[in-house]
Design a protein around this ligand. Sequence first.
Ligand code: ADP
Length: 251
Amino acid sequence: MADITERKAMEAELRAAQDISTQASRLSAMGALASTIAHELNQPLASATNYLTVSSLMMARGADARPDEITASIDGAAASIGRASEIIRRMRRFTLSGEVSRVPVSLRAIIGRAWATLRTRADAEGVQLVRALDEAVDTVECDPVQIEQVVTNLMKNALDAMTGSAVRRLTLSSRVEGREIRVRVADSGPGLPPDVAANLFEPFRTTKANGTGLGLPICRTMIEAHGGRIWAEDAPGGGAQFVFSLPLDRD
Ligand code: ADP
């Protein structure tokens, strides 16, 4: 009898501990998502503000005002606000159900868009981009905005890591391995110190003065929601390499 009571008590304790840890990881995932939403909303809302400021300046011209230009500018603001609402709707769906909306998209196009966001900085810092994408498979079923966010985060981290390096090379490659496609983002920076590598994907771990430590947890949340995995390893020529996988044929 005593044995059973003790075992039951231990089981209850274990369950309580698991509940707390599930709640904690859910909370940190929510924190990461909140920061993603803030980050993503910034651009369309800033653009809506610009359109409206321009509209107001055009209206102030009085008799010289061009109604067609004013209408186009207000339409621009409306479209930007529409984009912001779409981001909120998609994120809401994602946080409620953990589900992502998948559409067939070109990986090459996603990588191209991510690179375009960082291009000005990369050029200024003399970073060379090498692309070696698998010719056989380019189309993946995913949420293009989330995967672009993942690639952008990984590329940005790579640029951050290479600021003190003589050789600055960012290599993006993809390869079909079994029933998944793996995307690798490799840099020629100093690599990952073991103490950093141990907790890379935990929220709020950062070695940067202005870092949030949320980039990698956000990436992990998004990749895992797609049924994939993400990890870090040493890059072949030194430096760090982040790899994520996306399943190719989901049942
Ligand atoms: P943040 O970029 O805000 O610090 P992240 O979660 O994206 O947050 O990254 C956490 C930490 O992982 C970084 O502070 C850095 O120490 C390390 N890290 C990430 N990517 C690289 C990389 N490519 N090379 C070396 N260290 C890296």
